[in-house]
Design a protein around this ligand. Sequence first.
Ligand code: S3P
Length: 186
Amino acid sequence: MHAPLPPPAALPPRNLALIGPMGAGKSSIGQRLAGALGLQFVDADRALEAHLGCRIADIFDYEGEAGFRRRESALLAQLMQHSGQLLATGGGVVLEADNRARLRQNSLVVYLAVDVAEQSRRLAHDTRRPLLQTADREATLRQLARQRAPLYAQTAHLCFDTSGHDRESACQTLLERLLPYWSLHP
Ligand code: S3P
């Protein structure tokens, strides 16, 4: 006779982290996915804003990108101590090697990719992301993608391209891909 399976609460802690560029759907897909997987949804940028009582754009204004990155990394270190959460990260979190290592150690990491043309369409009316306040938004996105795509790829356990998917179909397809992985790699 096999020993009975432990109740879900006794299983090892499970976390999921979504990484990928701005406009890949980390927050919107993440929220749905968290509900489906019974995880607590945490948006890293919103958590940072709530913690500091100001907007991401204000942090960039007062402390520059370097200041923002320091705060982002410090918050990630704190968040990584929790379990049972789905974390939607900011697009630049992978720039720091420590962040990449922390994410992989603590979570099943999913890279949500998107092609630049679609990313550009999704972000066309965005006014709150400091890095997009440039004359040629598409060129900026292309340049960020060149720099960061290899970092996303090396950090992730799984990659999923959200181009051509709406939130519902991305979530459904992702769930199908995740569930076997989730139970094999708790
Ligand atoms: C950034 C992405 C943003 C936010 C900040 C910097 C980046 O998050 O963290 O504006 O460096 O790509 P989203 O990816 O959620 O837009």
